[in-house]
Design a protein around this ligand. Sequence first.
Ligand SMILES: [Zn+2]
Length: 358
Amino acid sequence: MGLDLFSDVAELTAALVDIESVSGGEGPLADAVEEALRALPHLAVERSGNNVVARTELGRGERVVLAGHLDTVPLNGNLPSRVDGDRLYGCGTTDMKSGVAVALRLAATVPEPNRDVSYVFYECEEIEAERNGLRKLAAERPELLAGDFAVLMEPTGGQIEGGCQGTMRVEVTARGERAHSARAWMGSNAIHSAGRILDVLRAYEPPRPVVDGLEYREGLNAVFISGGVAGNVIPDECVVTVNYRFAPDKSVAEAEAYLRELFAGFEVTVTDAASAARPGLTHPAAAAFVEASGAEVRAKLGWTDVARFAELGVPAVNYGPGEPTLAHTRDEYVELPLIAECEQRMRTWLAGRTNVAP
Ligand SMILES: [Zn+2]
C-alpha cells in the first residue's frame, strides 16, 4: 500500500510511523517515499542508497532545502502507532516522522513554490556518523544539497534553533617522573601536576558569544581522568580528557588554538572534533522563514546535522513539530495540532499564503 501524500498530515505521520525503519532497515520506507514522490510530475527525484532527494526545477532566484532522516532508534514495544486525544504515540512520531510528513505534504501540495525547494530524506542518522546518509550525500552528491538556506526538521517543539555549537575532545597530559613512594623526592608526581589542569577548568567562565543575533553558551569540562602506576609508585603520567563545546564564531582550528593556549605547558592531543554551524539568519531566505513561521528563535547548543550543511556553505536551522525531550523514549508522542501548525507555517513561507492547498 503506497503513501498518500494528499491525506491529512496527521494521517500521513501515522502511515510513516507504521512503516518500521530502525537505522539500517530504512529500505521499505525509502521505497514508499520514493514511489510517492516519483508520482509527482513537478519534482525531479533521485535515489542513492536509502536516501531520496526530490527537487523543484523552476529556475527561481533562491533554493532552500528541507531535510529529515527516515530512521528511528530501535523499537521499544511502541509500534504500531496509536492516537489518544490530540496525541499520536509511537516510535519515530516526534523524532522525526512528523517533520518528514510535513516536508512530504509540502512536496506534494506546493507544486510551484515561491523559491525552489530540495526535499532531502536520508538514512542512518541515529547511529555512527560513518553511515549517516546526509554525510554520504554531502561527500558523493553535494549538488543535491546545494541551496541558500536549509531547514532540518528535527524536533524542536515548534521553535527555530539556529546553527549549532561545535565540539572538540582533547587529552591534556601532565608528565612526571616515577620513583618509589617511600622516596618521593626522587620523582615528580604527574597527578599532582594535573591539579593545574583542573585549576584552569575550575577558573573557566563560559563565554556567551552572540552570532547572527543568537546567544550561544560555551562549555569546557573534564570528562575523564586517568593516571597511576601502582600503590607504591609516584606516577609519571596523568591524562585529563576535556570536552570543549564552542560557539559558531570559532572554526575547529581556532578552537584547537584556543585550547593549546589555555593549557600551555601541557601536551594537548585532539582526539575528536566536529565543526560548529552559523545560523545564517541574516540571509534573506532565512529572514523570510523566521518571519513567515512566526516561531521563536534560539541558539542550538548541541551538535546536529545542520553542521553538515554549514560545511557545504549552506546556513541551516532546526525546526520541527516534535518535542525534543520525548525523542528516543518508549512513550514518544507528537501533539497533532503542532504538526498542523508547522505545516501551515512552512506553507506560508513557501507558497506565500495561509490557506491549505488540496
Ligand atoms: Zn532525529
